[in-house]
Write a protein that binds this ligand. Structure first.
Ligand code: TRP
Length: 448
């Protein structure tokens, strides 16, 4: 192994992996699906899945990266026993990252637009807010493409710096900044009467509201939010120093990710209950309901809107970096490309498909980009949620549980976990996780 390859510091790794995990999933999606599926009971299912399956898979993915020390394909190849080298093809799960980026970057672009609106003036009524969002979403392809481009360029610049000077440095600055903003907003929200209502909404479970669709959504989201199954965490873990404690790092990342989702939820619902909005409005929660509330608060509201959307942009961008890095690393390691060239071509690829995604929801361009009922946007998101990510998750579980030598896995974890925790974890990886993921993929395909 090449000794000069840059390694993360311990804190740098935990913050970068937290940066990967904490994203739009936490601040945008988690609150809105919690709202749609009725609060407390949904949150419980989500927490249990994170604990039982999510955290185990996260640690399994770290084991492959840390032991393989290379890009995803080479890591699988290196760790597979001699006659099972075909497993290297599992490493191509990194392609999912680029697929996610074709729409993730578009949504980050929307956030940039709302940062601009916090200066230019927020909509003051729900009708206005809907119109502003609809105009952006369906009728302003060029505006969206410009913001999408800004996001692509930001990510590319960070990636050019590599692990140390790009990814680690960015996360060391941005993640504390994100935490600071969210804690500030939380402190502010605790002064509201709405805060108590938000607490009750999120933590007092009403199991009558729980249906099978809610459960599927909770399980699916626990994967997405922890960034499992596409090689992001694997690629980061490949740059860990030798004696890192994966158990601790994995738990820490899962904890931070969950904490931030819960804080974001509390902040958003406090504002909502305090100023008279309803929690079940779906994807428009953050883009339609919140801006109106912020607008009611005058100048203070503009400032709050600004920091809120900045936090969201930070969360999105640090995840975006992790979605592209596995591809860059593959092109660099395996095909011998210069990092510059790898960053350029992977960015260009998802930028162009992202443009098609934008056109697929824009009036006047939709028709050729709609397949059956679904726009290209929906189609890509759907294939990620119900197929590509579960596939990645299963491959990781099977590989660590059945293909890798048990001694290697033990060597990495036993010392840190102790015998019993290791046994439980290994059981979860061999039996619980694969079954749960299969069930998830199967039901997801049948529900939609
Ligand atoms: N976890 C991020 C979020 O919640 C998204 C993300 C980043 C991701 N990297 C990933 C999802 C890798 C799956 C796999 O927004």
């Amino acid at each position: 192994m090449n000794q000069e390859v840059a390694k993360f510091s311990r804190l740098g790794f935990v913050l970068s992996a937290t940066g990967a995990a904490v994203g739009l999933g936490n601040i945008w999606k988690f609150p809105y699906i919690t709202g749609v599926y009725g609060g407390g009971a949904f949150v419980m299912v989500y927490l249990v899945t994170i604990l039982l399956i999510g955290a185990s898979l996260l640690i399994a993915e770290m084991v492959i990266g840390k032991r393989g020390q290379k890009d995803c394909v080479s890591s699988f190849e290196e760790l597979a026993p001699p006659r099972r080298k075909g497993w290297k093809y599992a490493g191509f799960l990194f392609v999912t990252g680029l697929v996610i980026m074709t729409f993730y970057s578009v949504v980050i672009g929307w956030i940039f637009y709302y940062i601009y609106l916090s200066f230019a003036g927020l909509p003051t009524t729900i009708e206005d807010a809907k119109e502003v969002f609809d105009n952006l979403y369906g009728h302003a392809p060029f505006l969206q493409i410009s913001f999408h481009l800004i996001s692509v360029l930001f990510v590319a610049v960070v990636l050019l710096g590599g692990i140390k000077k790009g990814i680690e440095k960015t996360n060391l600055i941005l993640i504390p900044f994100l935490l600071f903003i969210l804690l500030g907003l939380l402190a502010y929200a605790t002064g509201f009467d709405g805060f108590g209502k938000a607490l009750a909404f999120m933590f007092a479970p009403d199991f009558s509201k729980l249906n099978s669709e809610a459960i599927i959504r909770a399980v699916g989201h626990s994967f997405f939010t922890l960034s499992i199954g596409i090689g992001s965490i694997m690629t980061y873990a490949a740059a860990l120093p030798k004696h890192s404690n994966l158990y601790k790092a994995g738990l820490m990342v899962a904890f931070m990710d969950t904490l931030i989702a819960l804080i974001a939820g509390l902040v958003i619902f406090s504002f909502l209950f305090e100023f008279g909005g309803t929690p079940d409005k779906g994807p428009g929660l953050v883009f339609v309901s919140l801006p109106v509330i912020f607008a009611k608060l005058g100048t203070a509201g503009s400032v709050i809107a600004l920091v809120f959307f900045l936090a969201m942009a930070v969360a999105g961008l640090t995840s975006a970096i992790s979605l592209v890095e596995p591809t860059v690393m593959y092109l660099e390691d395996r095909l011998g490309w210069l990092r510059k060239k790898a960053v350029f071509w992977s960015s260009l690829l998802y930028f162009v498909i992202g443009v098609l995604v934008i056109l697929s929801i824009s009036d006047g361009f939709k028709a050729p980009l709609t397949f059956g009922e679904k726009s290209l946007f929906d189609l890509l998101e759907f294939s990620v949620d119900s197929f590509l990510m579960p596939l990645g998750g299963i491959l990781i579980a099977l590989f660590v549980g059945y293909v890798m030598k048990r001694e290697i896995v033990e060597g990495e974890l036993l010392g840190h976990m102790g015998k019993w925790v290791f046994r439980i974890w290994y059981f979860s990886i061999r039996y619980i996780a694969p079954v749960a993921v299969l069930f998830l993929a199967y039901t997801a395909l049948n529900v939609e």
